[in-house]
Design a protein around this ligand. Structure first.
Ligand SMILES: Cc1cc2nc3c(=O)[nH]c(=O)nc-3n(C[C@H](O)[C@H](O)[C@H](O)COP(=O)(O)O)c2cc1C
Length: 424
């Protein structure tokens, strides 16, 4: 019926006799359990959303085209290539895909992500960068140059606020499709567009140097330093790439903000509402995680107790936050509640560069759940994520506190007072 978005050589196939749609990558989830069908489909909702965000969001327009085509072929079962077959939650999942695609299409800004990949390494890096961009609220038009025609490339570049190019090095060069795409980009893209370059290589990596040099010589500014990855990227490298993508998106959003005229109405109703929202207070805390070789920390004040039994709490985490990807169901973290007067939070306020160590110069000890405890905290809780709820530009993470301790029983919790709800 239609190519599977991103994997153009894999097709969605419809069997009209059984009304089964073999969706290949579409509608999948990276879940591998005993269950063949999706009974109790709600339990898969988070996994399906994560799968969409990572793999489908950068191909939103192709997903949209595929969804349109599929409406002509009513299916009673989606036989997916990954995860349980979709029988019970089919309508809801289809509707969710439509909503998520619309969300992507409605974004004010987009980035054209052009790449080629012979063995999949550069494609994996592209995917991590794309995830970093989309989680910051900027859409991605991801194009595998091996399957794209020139019009598709120039249109995507023209319509985007930035472009990022990725290439493997093969025989000391970039593949022909990348050289062609580079020519199209340099002749199409306005000089104000933000640029980025990445690629996987084996020993010399000329393709990345060529891309960087030509784009720099043409006068474009880079949104992140060129990313060079030897062969297969590690988890840490992929996290770095995701953070570089988020940085790139934030720069684009800042550029756009500075171009927008300021509203002359200062005392409007919405300003008063913002001021009132700002009077909500939360305790200043630092969320710390360690998952395999990945560690992260985030200053948080939108923290609240949420249940007596089990002892539970919520934390609002911005969708673009680097730590967000380490706070999925069953992930562990420590909530470090800060004491008044010590100014410990200032250590965590800065803007971190991609991959920067959040714990440099900070004294920590390891909690039983493996995450860092800040030695200067007033108290800490060892937590486990139980649920996530999507709330506009944040995820509300509900977690159970498995254990905890107070370091200073006479200490007072630092509380963050504000005058407006438009900042933390
Ligand atoms: C035929 C061939 C030629 C290659 N030539 C180079 C080269 O000249 N320089 C280099 O740094 N790596 C070279 N490599 C290594 C690839 O760049 C490396 O495997 C990279 O991870 C491929 O990225 P991809 O998975 O995105 O295709 C070569 C690999 C193959 C198979």
């Amino acid at each position: 019926l239609t190519p599977s978005p991103r994997w153009a050589d894999q097709m969605c196939t419809y069997d009209s006799r059984t009304e089964i749609l073999y969706t290949d990558k579409l509608f999948g989830a990276h879940v591998c359990g005993q269950q063949i069908f999706d009974e109790g489909w709600q339990v898969y909702s988070d996994d399906r959303r994560y799968y969409f965000d990572c793999l489908m969001a950068p191909h939103a327009s192709q997903v949209s085209t595929a969804l349109e085509k599929l409406t002509e072929h009513p299916a009673r079962l989606y036989a997916t290539g990954h995860g349980p077959l979709v029988r019970y939650g089919l309508q809801e999942l289809t509707q969710s895909y439509q909503n998520w695609v619309e969300q992507q299409k409605k974004q004010d800004n987009s980035v054209a992500l052009l790449y080629a990949s012979a063995y999949g390494n550069t494609a994996t890096i592209a995917q991590a960068i794309a995830r970093g961009i989309t989680k910051a609220g900027v859409a991605v038009k991801s194009i595998n140059c091996e399957h794209a025609d020139p019009d598709e490339i120039t249109t995507a570049v023209e319509q985007s606020a930035g472009f990022i190019m990725g290439s493997p090095t093969l025989g000391g060069h970039a593949p022909t499709q990348i050289q062609t795409a580079l020519g199209l980009v340099l002749s199409t893209a306005a000089k104000s567009k933000l640029a980025g370059v990445f690629g996987s290589f084996g020993w010399s990596g000329e393709a990345i140097d060529i891309l960087e040099q030509k784009i720099r010589d043409a006068g474009y500014k880079f949104g992140f330093d060129p990313i060079r990855v030897k062969f297969k990227p590690t988890d840490q490298t992929l996290k770095y790439c995701e953070e570089a993508g988020t940085d790139f998106a934030q720069k684009i959003k800042r550029q756009q903000k500075s171009r927008k005229p300021r509203s002359s109405v200062t005392e409007s109703q919405s300003a008063r509402t913002e001021q009132a929202v700002g009077r909500i207070v939360g305790s200043l805390s630092v969320v710390t995680t360690q998952k395999g070789e990945l560690s992260n920390a985030m200053l948080a004040s939108w923290v609240s107790q949420a249940s007596f039994n089990p002892p539970g709490l919520t934390i609002a985490v911005a969708k673009e936050r680097a730590i967000e990807g380490l706070l999925y169901n069953n992930d562990k973290f420590v909530l470090n509640i800060l004491p008044e007067g010590k100014q410990l939070h200032k250590r965590f306020i800065k803007n971190y560069a991609p991959g920067e160590d959040r714990f440099q110069g900070i004294e920590t000890e390891e909690a039983e759940n493996g995450c860092p405890i800040l030695k200067d905290a007033l108290a800490y809780l060892e937590c486990r994520v139980s649920k996530r709820m999507e709330c506009g530009d944040h995820w509300l993470v509900y977690a159970i506190a498995d254990s905890g301790n107070v370091f200073d029983p006479d200490g007072v919790t630092a509380v963050h007072h504000r005058k407006t709800g438009v900042y933390y």
